[in-house]
Every structure is written in structure tokens, then in C-alpha cells.
Design a protein around this ligand. Structure first.
Ligand SMILES: O=C(O)C(=O)Cc1ccccc1
Length: 287
């Protein structure tokens, strides 16, 4: 699918979690509107990220955090351990799930979706369908496609738009456990953009010497001393043994801002291992 048609010397290819009808695609279609490039669907988040790392595509758009479920671990872990990429944009998007089925389905026996979507609708599912079997697949649109292809007694959780694409009927809209459900997506590229100005964030991941009292506090102090406002701290396994962690930090401001740059460099100097995902602009679309 092309955003606009123009021959450029090197084609800009933008990867996302497919197939057609995912939330990732919905966000990509909206934020790249008016820009040149072509979209490339991948069958997993990890494959889309690896596509950028391997040079198959120029960038990708992937979910990284949800307001109800927290981190999308596959994105965090792939970014930390498997690739060397920069975050080039952040988009916060409202996620509104529908329960979709083939018209005429009487008895819902199996409910299929992406694990994040099943988790975001946990209360609805246990209230309305306590006996249904829940089945995870790679994306919400894949779930919708499977139900449309004829899973007997099957229903899918996905967007209304996916329901329209695959000709399913929505029996319930806004079934997420909280009306303010939203997901943070990031665009990833091999080169950082590091824009200056308002509405920028900077992200990094690091491993600190964790067996010493106050070591995390020392790192936090570097941010606090320079007035850098942290917007998120997340720990994930370091994959080096139980009890060993890496820490992700998101902060307001850009590497173009002196106070951010000096804080980040001071943190880097104190870490055993460090990766800077660069600075990027932030866009919100909440409804
Ligand atoms: O499966 C999708 O549609 C995705 O894009 C992943 C996802 C799933 C649930 C909420 C947000 C993103």
C-alpha cells in the first residue's frame, strides 16, 4: 500500500504489525499521511523491528506501552537486546476494542485476539463470556481474519475498522476495561533524528551496578540535579541471571538541550552498559 506515488531514488519503506486492519496500521496510516513511502506488513512486532535492523525497510511503527497493561515486552526486549535502533517519533493513540463475529453466530465458544487486546478487555470477558475459551494470535486483525474465515463459534476482539475490512458484525463496542485505554507507539529507524524544540522526549536503557546500596538513586540524582523530568522508568530482566535488571528511562527534552545532554552523558559514565535511543517528537491522538 502506498501513501503517495512518487519515484524516489531510495524507496522509503515503513513496516508495521499486519495484516491489514491492525491498530498499528491505523496509526501508521494516520501519522504518515501526506508523506512519501510504502507500507510493509509483518507478521510479528519482532520481525518488523528486525526488518529495520537488517536494512530491509527504512523504519517501522510498533506498540511499546499500554495504559492498562503496561509494557509491550517484546518491543522493549528486542530494542534492548537484539538491535541497535533509534526512536524517531512517539504517538499515543486511543484504543477502542469491539467484539466482532460473523452474523448468525449464536453461541460464542472461542474469543480470539492479540494478547494485549484480550488483557485490556479482561473484565468485559469474564462478565459477558465467562466460559469462552480465550485464544491468542499475533495481531487483532489476524484474529478478525480467522473468525471471518469460519472458526465455529468464534468471535474476535479488534477495531470496528477491522470488522468492516473483514465483514464481521460488531456486537459490542468500547469493551476495553477503561474508556481512556491508550497505547504508545514508537517509530524506529537506524539513525536518530534528535529534533530540538518543544514536545520532545529522549529514551535510554542501561545496566547499573545493582549490588550496591544507592546505585539506582545515584543515577536518578544525575537527572534530578539538572532538572530533567523523567516520564517513565521501567525495569526488565538483564537476561544475565535472576535478580539482574536493565532500566529504561524516558525523559522530557532533547539531546539538543544542554541539561538533557549532560545528564545523559553523566548517567552513561556511571553505567556498566548503556544504549541511547535518541530524541524524538511526541504526538497524541486521544478521543
Ligand atoms: O494487534 C494489533 O492490532 C496491534 O497493532 C497490536 C496492538 C494490540 C492491542 C492494542 C494495541 C496494539
Amino acid at each position: 500500500m502506498a501513501i503517495a506515488c512518487e519515484q524516489t531514488a531510495i524507496e522509503r519503506l515503513i513496516g508495521y504489525l499486519g495484516p491489514q486492519g491492525t491498530y498499528s496500521e491505523e496509526v501508521a496510516l494516520n501519522i504518515y499521511r501526506g508523506e512519501f513511502g510504502r507500507f510493509v506488513p509483518y507478521n510479528s512486532i519482532c520481525a518488523a523491528i528486525q526488518g529495520v535492523e537488517g536494512g530491509e525497510i527504512s523504519e517501522c511503527l510498533v506498540p511499546i506501552e499500554n495504559s492498562l497493561e503496561g509494557s509491550v515486552n517484546i518491543t522493549m526486549d528486542t530494542l534492548a537486546h537484539e538491535v541497535d535502533l533509534a526512536i524517531t517519533r512517539e504517538i499515543v493513540w486511543s484504543i477502542r476494542h469491539s467484539l466482532l463475529l460473523k452474523s448468525g453466530t449464536k453461541d460464542v465458544k472461542t474469543i480470539i485476539s492479540h494478547p494485549q487486546a484480550l488483557a485490556q478487555c479482561r473484565q468485559y470477558l469474564s462478565r459477558q463470556y465467562p466460559n469462552a475459551e480465550l485464544k491468542s494470535v499475533a495481531s487483532t486483525a489476524e484474529a478478525v481474519y480467522l473468525v471471518a474465515s469460519g472458526v465455529k463459534g468464534g468471535a474476535a476482539i479488534g477495531s470496528r475498522r477491522a470488522g468492516e475490512i473483514y465483514s464481521l458484525t460488531s456486537v459490542d463496542d468500547d469493551i476495553q476495561d477503561n474508556p481512556n485505554n491508550c497505547t504508545r507507539f514508537v517509530a524506529l529507524s537506524r539513525t536518530p533524528v534528535n529534533p530540538g524544540g518543544q514536545n520532545c522526549k529522549t529514551s535510554l536503557v542501561c545496566k547499573i551496578q545493582g549490588d550496591r546500596p544507592g546505585s539506582l538513586c545515584d543515577i536518578l540524582q544525575e537527572f534530578a540535579a539538572r532538572g530533567v523530568n523523567l516520564t517513565r522508568i521501567e525495569s526488565r530482566p538483564a537476561r544475565a541471571g535472576l535478580g539482574m535488571y536493565i532500566f529504561f528511562f524516558d525523559m522530557e527534552g532533547s539531546m539538543e538541550d544542554d541539561h538533557v545532554k549532560t545528564a545523559v552523558n553523566a548517567v552513561k559514565a556511571k553505567c556498566q552498559w548503556f544504549k541511547n535511543f535518541g530524541s524524538y517528537s511526541v504526538y497524541n491522538r486521544l478521543s
